[in-house]
Ligand binder design. Structure first.
Ligand code: G3P
Ligand code: MG
Length: 252
């Protein structure tokens, strides 16, 4: 039900490095993490890049929309200075660069498909097609689940498009609060896992999800005591920002 690592670095290096950058990936690796979550969005020229917010202002200075900016322009932008001067000039990476880094270093990926509003289906389709190409050898060889990324998204439409495009790459549905029809949604997406906000999860819900046969992943758990608690509920895995407090072997 959960074939993946239990402790996952959120957005690359959590809060220790600029999120969704190669510097973040290096930070996670330096803390011993071999499992990472990051967010993928499309540029104006439909290139998947790592980005959380659809508009500039927080991690990239200025105004404007990611969906109106080309990947080449994004690569010239500064996604690091907001986190500290030592990260100045850190670019917005392309998804394929990050996959290459993770493959070189044996890092498992939870790829969160994060569409700009209005671009849900195309983002799911392009990210899935890109991933299908990047993992063509693994897919042809019938790779174990842990050798493939796990897609997740808050967007049902993005995941449905990923399912159509690359059905053999597994999916987890991200839900902030569990709706009454969560099980129907998971079945419809042929998902392997449910990803949810630990702050809103109850022990009964955790039990129901596990009894239904799904992996259960929580975001974003930053306190060791809370992490221990939800693990006793049957939560399989979680991502954390606090790589300094919750290490990769925390659940061992
Ligand atoms: O994928 C888990 C978590 O990253 C979802 O929330 O906003 O950090 O992308 P967010
Ligand atoms: Mg995310």
């Amino acid at each position: 039900m959960w074939f993946y690592p239990k402790i996952v670095a959120h957005r690359g290096g959590g809060t220790l490095a600029p999120e969704n950058t190669l510097a973040g990936m290096r930070c996670g690796l330096a803390h011993g993490f071999r499992a990472v979550e990051f967010d993928v969005m499309l540029s104006a020229d439909n290139i998947p890049v790592l980005m959380h917010d659809p508009q500039f202002g927080r991690t990239v200075p200025g105004h404007g929309q990611v969906a109106m900016t080309t990947a080449a322009e994004l690569a010239g932008m500064d996604a690091g200075s907001w986190r500290g001067p030592e990260f100045a000039g850190e670019p917005v990476p392309k998804y394929e660069q990050v996959v290459a880094f993770c493959k070189e270093n044996g890092i498992w990926m939870n790829v969160e498909i994060k569409p700009s509003p209005g671009f849900e289906a195309i983002t799911g389709a392009v990210v899935a097609e890109t991933t299908r190409k990047l993992f063509a050898q693994e897919l042809a060889a019938g790779a174990a689940p842990s050798e493939l990324p796990l897609f997740s998204s808050f967007s049902f439409d993005a995941l449905a498009a990923a399912q159509d495009t690359a059905p053999d790459i597994p999916r987890g549905f991200l839900l902030d609060i569990l709706p009454p029809d969560w099980l129907d949604k998971l079945r419809s997406l042929d998902a392997v896992a449910l990803h949810t906000n630990h702050k809103k999860l109850t022990p009964d819900q955790a039990r129901a999800i596990k009894e239904a046969g799904y992996g259960l992943f929580c975001y974003t758990v930053n306190e060791p005591e809370r992490a221990r608690e939800i693990l006793t509920w049957g939560v399989d895995a979680f991502c954390t920002d606090r790589l300094d407090l919750i290490g990769p072997d925390f659940a061992a």
